[in-house]
Design a protein around this ligand. Structure first.
Ligand code: 8X3
Length: 252
């Protein structure tokens, strides 16, 4: 990884923070992108010159474009893009969900991810090397009550990743989708429940969920395979999470 430049979105917390630290520990340089400039400064303060912090809301197409175009000359050759920025908002059934939550998930998880990818891909193709690593979710494959738009955005990420592979055929650019299940110790559920920490904590009560470091390890593993190897999809769950029966509604 030495000399590699890695662009990580959502880098100020959770998976993104763990991913940035994992790559820096292996000798890479990280362009750490997130909405919160303060938290990014903290990461950059800790990791020093290996981190270039950039405040950016990936859901803002103009800002994505200007951030990528404004990268310093010696940070422009991005080897690995980790599209980590994303969120779940709400767990209400579709007919009760808040449309603003749906819009926010689509803006970040779908539009943000596609715009960042589109901005960085031409350089990768031109250089004949690069790796796009997307953060999908098991929610993109397995439906669950309240998963509605969140799961659908992650299904988009799954199919977009596979379709990218087709388009990038022969370019040397690799694409991976990492699809984790339940991960504890991040703000994922707190954000989903609009800041309700007690409700978020309940999700993980009595369980041993995956950690952000487990996810970072998968991302790093995919990125560090020999360059002739493309890991298409990695799906991981904690042992305590598995599948359940289909629900049957019975008239009483
Ligand atoms: C979220 C995974 O299991 O919490 O991406 O729905 S899960």
């Amino acid at each position: 990884m030495t000399q590699q430049t890695v662009f990580v979105t959502g880098a100020s917390a959770g998976f993104g923070d763990a991913i940035a630290r994992r790559f820096v520990a292996e000798g890479a340089r990280v362009i750490a992108v997130a909405r919160s400039a303060d938290k990014l400064e903290k990461l950059a303060g800790e990791l020093g010159e290996a981190v270039l912090p950039r405040q950016l809301d990936v859901g803002d197409p103009e800002a994505v474009k200007s951030t990528v175009e404004g990268l310093p000359q010696d940070w422009r050759e991005v080897d690995v893009l980790v599209n980590n920025a994303g969120l779940a908002k709400g767990l209400e059934p579709a007919h009760k969900a808040d449309l603003r939550d749906w819009d926010e998930m689509i803006a970040t998880n779908v539009r943000g991810l596609t715009h960042v990818t589109r901005a960085l891909l031409p350089g990768m193709v031109e250089r004949g090397r690069g790796h796009v690593i997307n953060l999908g979710s098991i929610a993109g494959t397995y439906p669950y009550p309240g998963g509605n738009v969140y799961g659908a955005t992650k299904a988009f990420v799954h199919q977009f990743s596979l379709n990218l592979r087709s388009d990038l055929h022969g370019t040397g650019v690799r694409v991976t989708n990492v699809e984790p299940g339940m991960v504890g110790g991040t703000d994922f559920s707190k954000v989903r429940f609009d800041g309700d920490q007690a409700k978020a904590d309940k999700v993980y009560e009595g369980t041993t969920p995956l950690t952000a470091d487990d996810v970072a390890e998968s991302v790093y593993w995919a990125a560090s395979r020999p360059k002739h190897v493309n890991i298409n999809v990695i799906e991981l769950m904690p042992v305590v999470q598995s599948f359940s029966a289909l629900q049957i509604y019975r008239e009483s």
